[in-house]
Design a protein around this ligand. Sequence first.
Ligand SMILES: [Cu+2]
Length: 279
Amino acid sequence: MSSLALINEFLGQPPNASSHGYQIDHIIEFCHWFMGALFLGWSAFFIFVLIRFRKRRHPIADHQGVRSGISTHLEFSVVLIEAVLLLGFAIPLWAKRVNQFPPGKEALLVHVVGQQFSWNFHLPGPDGQFGRRDASLVSNSNPVGLDPNDPAGKDDIVTLGELHVPVNRPVIIELSSKDVIHDFFLADMRIAADAIPGSLIPMWFTPIKTGTYEVICGQLCGLGHSGMKGTLVVDTPADYQAWLKERAELAGTQNAPPAGAPKTENNPPQPTASPSPQL
Ligand SMILES: [Cu+2]
């Protein structure tokens, strides 16, 4: 990016890969430079005061104190800049992110369900309709609780840990959790939101660069929290269609097992000791 990206890079932030991310980067960048300037300014002032008002030079306290208005003006300027940052940039950007969702037809809608300690992704499949979900149907072989009797769910795609999306198309995510509070964090896309059991939290972004990006959990959610990672693959439209086709074929074979097929290898029984997850 520009020379402005110095501090972000220094702090280890990965390069932005979303359409809105540069705005967030500019705010973070400016705040760091501003705080750096304040830190240097106040430190210099502190050292100046220590020397200027040392005891040897001022054996008797001056009860009247500072006579110039400089410090008041400086303080006021700092408050003004902070107010402009908050009211002029941060709040409008946040409002845009939470109020101005792209039209549903244009966007790709994905359900993301967090659980200790992985991410499940649920796409509507070729028919564009999500199948009904029910928390009571959740099992190891049915991680998002899809209703097998709902025809809309027959072609749905459910993946564990890996989500593919096409580049340059808005993605709307509806986020939930089966067990505790997690946080779906895409650092490269500059978005994060908490996954809360019983709630559907919407979030959106538009990826602008193809590539493979890391999904992490941003809330300490248990012993395996640090391993709660996933992968977001941003494909070209052709690659995305190929992936969809492959997953749809796989879903077709998985959703319609031959009658009487043994259910031992692929469908291990739920451990009875662990609490049953709820959406
Ligand atoms: Cu988590």
